[in-house]
Structures are given as C-alpha cells and as structure tokens.
Design a protein around this ligand. Structure first.
Ligand code: HEC
Length: 120
C-alpha cells in the first residue's frame, strides 16, 4: 500500500505538474534566465518578470511570437518567443505572476561560524 502511494506520488510529480511548475521548467529549459535572471529579477537592461501582470506579459509574448517588436532591443525576444505555444505562454505567465522566491535553492550557507583566534 505504501509502495502504491509512493508510486502515485512519483507519477504525480512527473506527469501532473501545475502550470506554475511547467512555466518554471520551461523558463529554465529555454534559457530565459540567461537574460531575465534566475529569480526573474532582470539583468541590466533586460526587464524583470517576477510578479508582473499576466495579461500584459501574455500580450507581449504573443506579439514577439508574431515577430512584432517596437524597438531594436525587443527584437531580441522574437527568437525566444516563436517556438512558444499558447499553453507555454499561459504556463510562463502564471509562473511570472505567482513567482515566489525558492528559499531552498542555491542559498548561500551562512550557518557556519568560525570560532577561535584564527591564528593571528
Ligand atoms: C538574449 C536575451 C533574452 C532572452 C534569452 C530572453 N529574453 Fe525576454 N526580453 C529580452 C529583451 C531585450 C526584452 C525587451 C526589453 C525592452 O522592452 O526593451 C525582453 C522582454 C521580455 C518580456 C516583456 C517584458 C516587458 O517588460 O515588456 C517578456 C514577457 C519576456 N521577455 C519573456 C521571456 C521569456 C519567457 C524568455 C524565454 C523563453 C525570454 N524572455 C528570453 C531579452 C531576452
């Protein structure tokens, strides 16, 4: 019984991802983070995406997908948007809107304390 439960949970986590999780996976596998940041915080002139309005983000991604950009800088996005399906965009924009920082990942461990005189 316990085995079946475990099996169910395993399948559940592989096949029944939430839109948020799917959006997150896609964000990582499509290398969106290389410009928009691991925490969706934006890098230099690349805009942040965390907790942005879903409607506006959807509008922008669909425009880029249609190869429409208002500035030369925005044209950079076209290549990344052309391959996205409506569902992809829905998942991504859900991820952006609902984004919460994942405390457990890649956190700097500051629990270590250095006692002693350090020898100097
Ligand atoms: C090579 C860098 C680069 C990559 C990779 C990239 N983007 Fe962008 N993204 C940009 C630039 C540049 C803009 C336009 C900024 C501007 O309006 O001047 C932009 C704009 C956007 C916007 C609109 C934000 C706004 O404020 O209007 C969204 C949404 C977005 N990107 C999502 C994505 C997603 C999703 C991916 C991955 C599939 C991705 N980006 C990958 C550079 C990048």
């Amino acid at each position: 019984m316990r085995f079946i439960l475990l099996l169910f949970l395993t399948f559940h986590s592989i096949f029944a991802q939430t839109p948020y999780e799917k959006g997150k996976d896609l964000y990582i596998s499509s290398a969106c983070y290389s410009c928009h940041g691991h925490k969706l915080e934006g890098i230099h002139r690349y805009p942040y995406l965390a907790n942005r309005a879903k409607g506006y983000m959807t509008y922008k991604l669909k425009r880029f997908r249609e190869k429409k950009a208002d500035t030369q800088q925005q044209e950079m996005m076209i290549g990344f948007a052309v391959g996205l399906s409506d569902e992809d965009i829905d998942n991504l924009t859900t991820y952006f809107r609902d984004y919460v920082e994942d405390e457990s990942s890649e956190r700097y461990d500051d629990s270590y304390e250095n006692y002693g005189d350090g020898g100097s």
